[in-house]
Design a protein around this ligand. Structure first.
Ligand code: TRP
Length: 450
């Protein structure tokens, strides 16, 4: 069975950046920043990227490229048989993420279609979700099908080609919207909220939220970047590629904030609206633009959100697909279809949780929150646990000597650079310790209620 390979460095970087840039940047980052004090959240988020995420990202790509295989095989090769389960655990998490990610992506698609047809622009009421469950289910299904269609086409014809078009398009649309948002009345108040930190707002929750968001946004902790690494040539420089990916992702999140907060403040709305922020605020903004411009900008924006989401979902499906192809010798199309079917089934409770089914919309054991929130919180924790354990495997089982060997391929100056010491310290001590500490605190906060 021929495995795919990226045609070149740009192909890899675009695919990984496409994976990283998604709803996490444009939908989740703004509402988390809005709920967690704006600028102070941005600062914590940036610190997490430099101190924790970059080393984990480099580690994940490196072990994938070393083994040239799926996550389970990779952990078998680097950590021994006893660590195989970690690969599978990440793969299962990826399917769960897909199951709710496609629901939100479906909302974006529904908004796009509605706005393009001239609806939804009236002062949108309600909680931001599409009107009926069957509509949500239909759009979730369409999104899963789109993902499967691109993924079946493979690495070069599917993932690479889609990203080459979608990523630049996304930047262009985003810049257009920022430009407009900065011309609105009260834009300045939005910028101040977003860029001038108020240290009084710093709470433990701010730190947890910054951490989970940085992992989620960079697509860490499921083996997604690991499987991309396994398609990467030994000639490429993993470190510089990782820095480019992290920069691209962080800049899109930053730009999304730069667009949203002036919009929010110009509408005199609260930045702490929670998950529906983007879906509530933006239709109002587009409405205020009048029927023609509102339609154009609104449709463009939700199209952008769909692009960003699609490049992420095709990456999320790749880890589980690679596993079925490598370990179970499935054909690529069968593997993708099997994962897509599982995703659809798992997405049903998330869809129902957005309606009036108390069974899913009010979880008694989870402070009355809905199933979608529950599953996404659970996945967030799982990413961080996986990341911490991967650092343990690299530093304790595989050893940093092997890491050095692999990182020197495509980067001859690596051994004498300071990056080597930075990675040793972070992967051996800083990441495992801080991640373990934060996981305990997050679990206490969310589940034990301490
Ligand atoms: N990073 C993507 C976003 O910000 C989502 C995503 C894609 C992801 N692949 C992932 C999250 C793997 C966690 C793990 O929207």
């Amino acid at each position: 069975m021929a495995r795919g390979t990226f045609s070149n460095r740009l192909g890899f970087i675009l695919a990984a950046a496409g994976s990283a840039v998604g709803l996490g940047n444009i939908w989740r980052f703004p509402y988390l920043a809005g709920e967690n004090g704006g600028a102070i959240f941005l600062l914590i988020y940036l610190a997490c990227i430099v101190l924790l995420c970059l080393p984990v990202m480099i580690g994940e790509i490196t072990i994938g490229r070393y083994s040239g295989a799926d996550a389970v095989t990779t952990f078998e090769k680097t950590g021994g048989k006893a660590w195989k389960w970690l690969g599978l655990y990440g793969i299962v998490t990826a399917v769960f993420i897909l199951s709710f990610y496609c629901v939100i992506s479906g909302w974006a698609l529904e908004y796009f279609v509605q706005i393009a047809f001239g609806n939804r622009l009236a002062e949108s009421q309600g909680d931001g979700a599409p009107a009926s469950l069957s509509v949500t289910l239909l759009y979730t299904f369409i999104f899963v099908a789109l993902t499967a269609w691109v993924a079946i086409r493979g690495i070069n014809k599917g993932i690479e080609r889609a990203n080459r078009i979608l990523m630049p398009a996304l930047f262009i649309i985003l810049f257009g919207l920022i430009f407009y948002s900065l011309t609105l009345p009260n834009a300045w108040a939005g910028l101040t909220f977003y860029l001038v930190p108020d240290f009084g707002e710093l709470k433990p929750q701010t730190i947890f939220n910054g951490l989970k968001q940085s992992f989620f946004s960079l697509s860490l902790g499921t083996g997604t970047l690991l499987i991309f690494g396994s398609y990467l040539s030994k000639k490429e420089n993993v470190i510089s590629s990782s820095v480019v990916i992290a920069l691209a992702d962080t800049s899109v999140a930053f730009l999304a904030g730069l667009m949203i907060f002036p919009f929010v403040f110009s509408q005199n709305m609260s930045p702490a609206e929670g998950p529906p922020l983007v879906f509530l605020v933006l239709p109002k903004v587009f409405f205020s633009l009048g029927p023609v411009w509102g339609k154009i900008m609104g449709a463009l924006f939700f199209l952008l959100l769909c692009f960003a989401a699609l490049t992420s979902t095709i990456s999320l499906i790749e880890g589980p697909t690679g596993y079925l192809v490598d370990r179970w010798k499935a054909s690529r199309s069968k593997a993708v279809l099997a994962i897509a079917a599982a995703t659809l089934v798992l997405s049903i409770p998330s869809v129902l949780s957005q309606g009036t089914f108390p069974l899913f919309s009010h979880l008694g054991f989870y402070q009355g929150r809905d199933f979608l929130t529950f599953i996404s919180d659970l996945c967030d924790i799982s990413l961080v646990v996986w990341g911490g354990l991967m650092c343990v495997v690299i530093s304790q089982r595989w050893t940093t000597a092997k890491l050095d060997d692999e990182l020197s391929l495509g980067n001859s100056g690596y051994r004498s650079s300071w990056v080597r010491s930075y990675l040793r310290v972070t992967l051996t001590v800083v990441c495992p310790l801080i991640l373990a500490m934060l996981v305990i605190l997050i679990v206490c906060d969310k589940f034990v209620g301490l």
